[in-house]
Ligand binder design. Structure first.
Ligand SMILES: Nc1ncnc2c1ncn2[C@@H]1O[C@H](COP(=O)(O)OP(=O)(O)O)[C@@H](O)[C@H]1O
Ligand SMILES: [Mg+2]
Length: 435
């Protein structure tokens, strides 16, 4: 084996020489160096054999897996099903299966009932059978790998799951816009991005498109030197690695692309550039929150209309009503067949201020569904001044619950049950298991 076939300097020669040679004989030198790093996804592996468990542990330390949150435990499909009936599912579940085919299918069906949408399942099995592989793929399994599997082969297979250009982009984009300036759209965007990253344990990138006046940095108490302005300046050489360097990690699963909030540029940008940037962001994390400014430029309109989901924030007055009506009409025309935007009526119940009641507001829009967030200057003011999110101030408050619920509706993911307050819950859990 010549030197240039080794993938990187961290590579360790396995003790099992036979498995080592088998692994390398299947891959050409080009393939070995051409494995794309995986995006910010979470992977949970359930391994029946100690060999697979130790392979996964080594794989987790590979540089191409640096952005992946890897958990590996002993157990099979049943252990996974039990685990995910009480926890949010990651982006990728890897399962070792060592059982008869019929039994495997039954167990997979049970697992599917507790999986959130978009979770990929990779099976590692011990039977090398093409027909079985095809059947499993037809049933929604993303990949079937036959044991014994080598480190490089496994990383390649995982990487391919996310870098196939024929697949949809990994990430979902959620655009937030206000019907007027100052109605709280950015506050909603940041809190809901935070909820997705904590309640649903999904990686989120919040991008502040309000280049001149954006507050994402302030709201999260971050002041990074690199901002979205660097991306704009380097438009012709922006790629995933460049963008990666511009992100600021503000918690385990939340990254920010902040605005410089300086006035040395005006905001007439090229909309194709922002589409390219969005594509890169969407291939880098499962959720991208677009915090859009309240302005009507070609690029802002393009980002809004192109997002997977839209959230419009309004304050309950006449100007907001007129503006949101125009926005909803336009969005309805341009996005036929898509889900309607979510509507947040924010800052309701402000003392002494005349306002349109939320029910009347939506009736005028011929809608029934809306999310109401009360005016609460003490809570929002404290959060803004501390550079914290509302649920960091009080995780069990009414407003934090509204954000958690909206995060669930936007992602289609079920919320992980919070630590139960019931004294009987542990007992009930045991009874359920022993059935
Ligand atoms: N429900 C609320 N109650 C009290 N203050 C709020 C509420 N929502 C937002 N705010 C405050 O309103 C101000 C403007 O919010 P921001 O999110 O920057 O608005 P926008 O992005 O729409 O311009 C911020 O100081 C924020 O803390
Ligand atoms: Mg804003």
């Amino acid at each position: 084996m010549s030197d240039q076939v080794l993938p990187n300097e961290n590579f360790e020669v396995p003790s099992d020489l036979e498995a080592f040679e088998q692994e390398f004989s299947q891959l050409s030198p080009e393939e070995l160096t051409d494995i794309r790093p995986l995006p910010r996804v979470s992977m949970h592996a359930f391994c029946e054999s100690p060999q697979l468990l130790s392979t996964i542990e080594s794989v987790a330390n590979d540089r191409r897996m640096a952005r992946v949150h890897v958990k590996a435990v002993s157990g099979g499909i049943r252990a996974a099903t039990e685990f995910f009936s009480e926890a949010p599912t990651p982006n990728l579940i890897l399962l070792e299966a060592n059982m008869a085919y019929e039994e495997l299918l039954e167990d997979l069906d049970r697992l599917a009932e507790v999986c959130d949408v978009g979770t990929k399942v990779v099976l590692v099995g011990h039977i090398n059978d093409v027909q079985m592989y095809r059947d499993l793929v037809r049933r929604g399994v993303s990949e079937y790998i036959v044991m014994p599997v080598g480190q490089i082969e496994l990383i390649q297979a995982l990487s391919d799951l996310f870098s196939n250009p024929e697949n949809d982009p990994l990430g979902k984009s959620i655009a937030f816009i206000g019907a007027k300036g100052g109605v709280g759209s950015s506050t909603m965007a940041h809190n809901i991005g935070w909820a997705i990253s904590t309640v649903h344990q999904q990686d989120v990138i919040i991008t502040d498109f309000d280049v001149a006046f954006g507050t994402a940095g302030l709201d999260f108490n971050e002041d990074p030197p690199q901002t979205i302005a660097d991306a704009i300046k380097a438009a012709d050489r922006l790629d995933d690695q460049f963008l990666e360097r511009l992100l600021t990690k503000c918690s385990e699963r939340l990254n920010l692309l902040t605005a410089p909030a300086v006035l040395d540029q005006t905001c007439d940008y090229d909309d194709e550039f922002f589409s390219h940037m969005l594509e890169l962001l969407q291939n880098s994390a499962p959720y991208t929150v677009l915090d859009l400014p309240h302005l009507w430029s070609a690029w802002n309109k393009h980002l809004l209309l192109g997002a997977d989901e839209i959230v419009i924030t309004v304050a309950p007055d006449l100007a907001n009503l007129r503006n949101v009506k125009n926005l909803l009409d336009l969005i309805g025309q341009e996005r036929r067949g898509d889900r309607e935007p979510f509507l947040i009526i924010n800052q309701t119940g402000m003392q002494k201020r005349p306002e349109i009641k939320a029910k009347d507001f939506v009736a005028a829009l011929e809608r029934t569904d809306f999310i109401e967030v009360p005016f609460d200057p003490a809570t929002f003011g404290l959060a803004a001044n501390n550079g914290q999110m509302i649920s960091e101030l009080s995780a069990s408050g009414k407003i934090a619950d509204i954000f958690d619920k909206l995060a669930s509706d936007l992602t289609g993911r079920t919320e992980a049950p919070k630590a139960s307050k019931s004294l009987f819950a542990p007992l009930l859990g045991k009874l359920k298991k022993s059935k």
